[in-house]
Every structure is written in structure tokens, then in C-alpha cells.
Design a protein around this ligand. Structure first.
Ligand SMILES: *Cc1c(COP(=O)(O)O)cnc(C)c1O
Length: 372
């Protein structure tokens, strides 16, 4: 029996998600310590004390099911952003929500649009439900929204946009997004995935919640995994028209967000100091990466997120392996169709210094070999 033969057609073409290499795995393989992981866009400051306290409190009551409606967290999100609680849907990480949108709005053979080099979860959920993927070729590594408009047809149900995009860091401005939304038929759902929005300078960010009021077919998706440092707890939220939220809440699993995640998210959502510190470190350290690349004549994609993607203009797998031997884990993105690039998450100053030192040594060797 070959079970792949009985799998859903879409599933047959899938391969498993490739996560960043865990620190423990490299420790085992190389027998070295002090490994720096800059591979999964995680928060280099860990998670805030406020979350830790909330989790410790909540530990006393893991016997009961969590609040299925996530009332307190929705209330906190609504108050922070001046929204109505009925607009909010909570998810087990925003990945859960991204999947939920497809389950709720698309059926087999419907079409879903996303960009080449966009977040890998979009093709994953599209194929898993046996929908048809409309991957639009990228422009300068980012979304080509006029290309999106050209492939819209009768069967289009859903459009995914990551802004900033992962793994490229590209950013679409307020006017580009508005111009696009204005032209998308109102029966097509547009998902704006803003997992990295807290890293974008406040004056550059898109006023996405206001846009969601203006365009009822727009869903904004955010996460506590990145700037808030709660990736291991799995919690995110979507903001949409209340009718859309109602549909999403019908489809989601009743207890998709666990008690610890809910408690921690309530604690951190107003921890502005923490997020400010994280964003400030990212801003300063991003500048160091850009300077490093310029100095070493490395091409990079300008990024408004917490990572930078470097183009080595040659297959980057050897450089990735060499970095591992130096105790630095970054992210190969050949799986995205970018074999010459490596994505590096912005870390703490000393972590980034370790990366710069390791890469400098590796580049030197490459140059010596090339001139021999
Ligand atoms: C990291 C990331 C997310 C967040 O995923 P979670 O499931 O919330 O941890 C969502 N979208 C993009 C583009 C990402 O890179």
C-alpha cells in the first residue's frame, strides 16, 4: 500500500515545511557550544518578564479548558487599537489563521493568489485544500500587485499579501496597498499578513485597521511570535469585518488558543517598553548589517522586517555550511526558489558581531580560492 496514492491530490505535491535548524541539533552534530541562531526571525530578547509572570499565574489552572472566545485578549486588542471585539479572531499562531482563511473561503479548484517568494505557508494551505495556486512572478523580489490584478478571474477567492514579506523583507506602502484594494472586486478576500509590522518605523507603517473599515473584504493578520517574543506559545490574531470574523469563528477549532498563550498575550500586548526596545535594537542592528554588506560588496534586499536577505550571486549552501561550522545558524531559502540567498535574522549586537566575523573569514577564503 502506498498511502500517497490515497492522499488528497493537493497534498501529493506538498513537501514538509523546513524550519530553521535547532541549536541543540547543531550542538550534537559539532560538539560545540555558544551557538548563535539567526534563522527563524525569533525575538533575540526572549520574551518579556510581563509574560513570564502571567504564565506562572496561569500554571495554577491548566485543568480547565481555555476561554474558547478569548474574551480578555480580544478586549485588550480591541482597546489597544480602537477596534470592536467582534472584528477579532484569535489563532494558534497566525499560521492557524492563514489556514483558516483558506478553509473558510476557498473550495477545491477555487483560485488563490500570492507572490513568488512570498511566505511558504500560502502555497502550503492552498495545496492542502486542493485549490489552484496563482503564483505571480515577483518584481524586485517583492509583490507585483498590478500582476495580481491581471490574474484575478471568476474563480479567485483569496489573495495573500505579506507586508513586510518573508523571506525577502520587501515592503508595500500605504498608497500601493490602497491603490490595489480599490481595484479588487469586493467579493474577493484580501489577507494582509503583517507579522513584522512592529519592526517597520511607525511613520512608514500602513494604517491597516482603518483600511479594513474602508474595505470590508480585507483581513489583517498579526502575531505575537515576532516582536512580542512568544513564538513558542503559538498565538496570533486577525482583524476583519465582523461577518468575516463570525465565519472564521465557526470554522476554527473551539480551543485553538491555549490558556498560557492567552494569558501571556494579554500581558504583553500593552508592554510597549519591551516592543520599543526590540524595535530599536532591530533598527540599529539592521544598519550594521547594511553597512557590513556595503563594505563587503554583498547585495542585499532592503528589509523593513527583523531579518535581512543577502544575495551571494552564487549557490549559498556552502556558505551556509561554513557558517554552521563557525557556530552561526542562518536560513537557506533554496526552498523558496532563492538558492543564492541566505536569510539572516537580526540578533543582539554580540550575536550579529559573531555573524560578521564568521562571514568575513568565509568570504576571505572564497576570494583566496578564486584568485589561486
Ligand atoms: C513568522 C511569520 C508569521 C507568524 O507565524 P506564527 O504562526 O504567528 O508564528 C506569519 N506570517 C509571516 C509572513 C511570517 O514570516
Amino acid at each position: 500500500m502506498q498511502f500517497i496514492n490515497i492522499a488528497n491530490e493537493g497534498v501529493k505535491s506538498l513537501s514538509p515545511y523546513q524550519a530553521g535548524k535547532p541549536i541543540e541539533e547543531l550542538e550534537r552534530e559539532l560538539g560545540i557550544q555558544n551557538i548563535v541562531k539567526l534563522a527563524s526571525n525569533e525575538n533575540p530578547f526572549g520574551f518579556p518578564e510581563s509574560a513570564k509572570q502571567a504564565i506562572i499565574q496561569q500554571l495554577n489552572d491548566l485543568t480547565r479548558y481555555p476561554d474558547s472566545n478569548g474574551f480578555e485578549l480580544k478586549k485588550a486588542i480591541a482597546e489597544k487599537f480602537d477596534l470592536d471585539m467582534s472584528q477579532i479572531t484569535l489563532g494558534n499562531g497566525s499560521n492557524d489563521l492563514l489556514e483558516l482563511f483558506a478553509h473558510t473561503f476557498a473550495s477545491e479548484q477555487d483560485e488563490i493568489i500570492y507572490s513568488q517568494y512570498a511566505f511558504i505557508v500560502y502555497p502550503l494551505v492552498t495545496k492542502a485544500i486542493n485549490a489552484i495556486a496563482r503564483e505571480v512572478p515577483a518584481k524586485n523580489w517583492g509583490h507585483n500587485l498590478s500582476g495580481f490584478l491581471k490574474v484575478i478571474n471568476q474563480k479567485t477567492k483569496l489573495i495573500y499579501i505579506a507586508n513586510p514579506n518573508n523571506p525577502t523583507g520587501n515592503f508595500l506602502s500605504q498608497s500601493e496597498i490602497e491603490h490595489f484594494l480599490f481595484q479588487v472586486p469586493e467579493h474577493i478576500i484580501v489577507v494582509l499578513d503583517e507579522a513584522y509590522t512592529e519592526f517597520t518605523a511607525p511613520e512608514e507603517r500602513i494604517n491597516s485597521f482603518a483600511l479594513a473599515k474602508q474595505y470590508p473584504n480585507l483581513i489583517i493578520c498579526r502575531t505575537f511570535s515576532k516582536a512580542y517574543g512568544l513564538a513558542g506559545l503559538r498565538i496570533g490574531y486577525a482583524v476583519s469585518h465582523p461577518e468575516i470574523a463570525d465565519l472564521l469563528n465557526r470554522v476554527r477549532q473551539p480551543f485553538n488558543c491555549n490558556s498560557l498563550a492567552l494569558a501571556a498575550a494579554i500581558a504583553v500586548i500593552n508592554d510597549n517598553e519591551f516592543v520599543k526596545k526590540v524595535a530599536e535594537n532591530n533598527r540599529l542592528e539592521m544598519k550594521r548589517y547594511e553597512d557590513f554588506c556595503l563594505k563587503h560588496q554583498l547585495h542585499y534586499i532592503p528589509s523593513k522586517a527583523n531579518f535581512i536577505t543577502i544575495d551571494f550571486k552564487q549557490p549559498a549552501s556552502k556558505i551556509y555550511e561554513d557558517l554552521l561550522r563557525e557556530g552561526v545558524i542562518v536560513r537557506p531559502i533554496a526552498g523558496y526558489g532563492l538558492p543564492n540567498h541566505l536569510r539572516v535574522s537580526i540578533g543582539l549586537p554580540e550575536e550579529n558581531t559573531k555573524f560578521f566575523t564568521a562571514l568575513t573569514a568565509i568570504l576571505k577564503k572564497i576570494i583566496i580560492l578564486a584568485t589561486q
